[in-house]
Ligand binder design. Structure first.
Ligand SMILES: Cc1ncc(COP(=O)(O)O)c(C=O)c1O
Length: 225
């Protein structure tokens, strides 16, 4: 689960120094860097150490997951074995789809699409922030600077699944962090609030309908506590 935390410059350098010391590689899953709302996209680690970092990108978030097209920038020493591994794994990616994507990129329309979508998602993101500030001001939010979801920190001791069930009874779908943890742990209680495909009005209405549940984290049915 991407929590939206940015690696500080000194930690980036420490990671690369570690990789050099250990003759290891860092895999940089740069999967939604295009959608950053507070500043220009953050430079990739790959740009700092092209010989140590395998950088992975995808159009799953920018166009459609069903296209199954992504890319990989690999240190030169790994290019041949990775190419062979991919050939054995899936015997190739559809050529026509790749050519269409290449045309989209070369024509500048892919960049235009990204700019347009960034504006749209940015507005949804601001709506979510504003709705929570209004209806659940005590809930701490993290991970809003990029991507398509925020992490809402429920009060300590809150029952994540009870909040989700109570929201569902009000016809609002919420998702808990426990489903994203390898351990399945429900502590600390957190919600993953996705806003990628939810129109601004629905975000405002949805948070308005469940704000009291988030603020208290008790998952009561209907009335505010
Ligand atoms: C952490 C992470 N990396 C990468 C991807 C993209 O994967 P793919 O390109 O296989 O659709 C996703 C999709 O949700 C993701 O959550």
């Amino acid at each position: 689960m991407a929590t939206g935390v940015l690696l500080a410059p000194e930690r980036r350098h420490a990671l690369l120094a570690w990789a050099r010391r250990r003759d290891a590689y860092v895999i940089e899953d740069d999967y939604d860097a295009e959608f950053r709302y507070d500043r220009e996209p953050v430079g990739a680690l790959q740009g700092l150490a092209a010989d140590r970092v395998v950088s992975i990108g995808t159009v799953s978030k920018s166009l459609a997951p069903a296209l199954r097209i992504g890319w990989l920038l690999s240190p030169p020493a790994l290019t041949a074995p990775l190419t062979e591994a991919k050939r054995i794994a899936d015997r190739g990616t559809p050529t026509l789809d790749q050519l269409a994507l290449a045309r989209l990129i070369e024509s500048g329309r892919y960049d235009r699409h990204l700019r347009r979508m960034r504006t749209l998602y940015g507005a949804r993101c601001r709506t979510l922030r504003a709705a929570l500030a209004e209806h659940a001001p005590k809930v701490r939010l993290t991970g809003l600077a990029a991507g398509f979801h925020a992490v809402a920190h429920l009060p300590d001791g809150a029952d994540e699944s009870a909040v989700i069930a109570a929201a569902r009874a009000r016809r609002v779908g919420l998702y808990g962090m426990s489903a994203c943890r390898a351990s399945g742990d429900s502590e600390p209680p957190r919600l993953v609030l996705g806003f990628g495909d939810v129109p601004e009005r629905a975000i405002a209405e949805g948070i308005g309908a469940v704000g009291d549940l988030l603020g208290h984290g008790r998952g009561s049915k209907g009335t505010s506590i």
